[in-house]
Design a protein around this ligand. Structure first.
Ligand SMILES: Nc1ncnc2c1ncn2[C@@H]1O[C@H](COP(=O)(O)OP(=O)(O)OP(=O)(O)O)[C@@H](O)[C@H]1O
Ligand SMILES: [Mg+2]
Length: 324
């Protein structure tokens, strides 16, 4: 499709990556998705994505943290597009660390969506989630080849076609600390696979300024320091504080009450205050599940979510989400 040059139309705005925006859905040219069955690819979709957007809005983080993440990603896009790598060695890698269930993966996907909405481009944004477990095969030499294939061919080709966000979830699986490798599990092979991943990452960073990598880990100690050194920003995602716990519970209960109006009684403000206090120590995932556990707490309620009470919720939370 050619750009409109008819009189009276404004010229199409320039994008951060130097292209020219086209009219149409999200103002972008169509984009090819990677083959979903390609080794190492867990998920691939075009951005923006409404599911990612909804999940991002439902995540409660300390004040300003989401906005700062977005600003960092946007600044990376601007800087990497314009400043040579040797002057400003930005790899386009943001590393999210933190305990299980605090929202790292959800934040990473939501950030991908927000970046695509904030930084327009002539070509659609692509999102690829890497499945590190499918790359970390124990059979001799396979991991290294799979990693080279993913970084050197698949991601390279797709990054050359337009802007892209790559999610490296549980990144310690791929970038295992080489100094801590035990002698009983193919250390040479793992060593080579980590080397290949680092070489691949460096090459991608130099060749594709329009590529952002969001990595997550629960085990920062198990992560090779060379990856942490390449991260442009390392963010610790904290467990929810009382105010965040209250909001997460409120959001979860409201979603349940939309289908089972009886559960709406749990939205009573004093109950939410008490529940947020009682939930001390629970991560976001356990908090959300606790609402479901409360629906099954009392025998008389027969598992009917319409009959859940505030007492059920408090009892479950005092048992730490029903895990004791
Ligand atoms: N801070 C939070 N605010 C709202 N919801 C949250 C929060 N933390 C976690 N959740 C919810 O918990 C669930 C799990 O989140 P997610 O998978 O993103 O966590 P994670 O940190 O990646 O966990 P893991 O380390 O186990 O992979 C999601 O449904 C998410 O919405
Ligand atoms: Mg996760």
């Amino acid at each position: 499709m050619r750009e409109s040059t008819r009189e009276g139309r404004q010229p199409a705005p320039k994008t951060v990556f130097g292209g020219t925006m086209r009219q149409g859905l999200h103002g972008s040219a169509l984009r090819r998705l990677p083959d979903g069955s390609a080794p190492g690819v867990a998920d691939a979709r075009l951005l923006p994505n409404d599911d990612f957007a909804a999940a991002w809005s439902a995540i409660v983080l300390p004040d300003g943290m989401k906005q700062r993440l977005l600003r960092t990603a946007v600044a990376e896009a601007h800087l990497r597009a314009a400043v040579p790598f040797d002057a400003l060695p930005l790899h386009g890698v943001i590393l999210l660390t933190g305990k299980p269930g605090v929202g790292k993966t959800t934040v990473a996907r939501g950030l991908a969506d927000r970046v695509a909405r904030t930084v327009p481009n002539a070509t659609e944004w692509l999102f690829v989630e890497v499945d590190p477990h499918s790359l970390a095969s124990s059979s001799l030499g396979r991991s290294q080849r799979a990693v080279e294939q993913l970084f050197g061919t698949l991601l390279d080709e797709h990054a050359a076609a337009g802007p892209m966000v790559v999610l490296l979830d549980e990144v310690e699986t791929l970038f295992t600390d080489r100094a801590a490798l035990s002698m009983d599990a193919n250390p040479v092979d793992v060593h080579r696979a980590v080397d290949a991943a680092l070489v691949g990452l460096d090459r991608l960073a130099r060749r594709h300024p329009q590529m952002l990598i969001v990595a997550t880990t629960n085990f920062s100690d198990a992560l090779d320091p060379a990856l942490a050194s390449r991260a442009d920003w390392i963010v610790e995602v904290p467990p929810p504080d009382p105010a965040a716990r209250r909001l997460i519970l409120e959001h979860t209960i409201a979603a349940v009450a939309a289908a089972f109006p009886g559960a709406g009684s749990l939205l009573e403000p004093a109950l939410l205050d008490a529940a947020a206090e009682a939930a001390d120590g629970l991560d976001g995932r356990r908090l959300r599940k606790a609402v479901a556990t409360a629906c099954a707490y009392r025998q008389e309620a027969q598992g009917d979510p319409d009959r859940v009470t505030g007492g059920d919720l408090l009892a479950v939370l005092r048992e730490k989400g029903g895990q004791r």
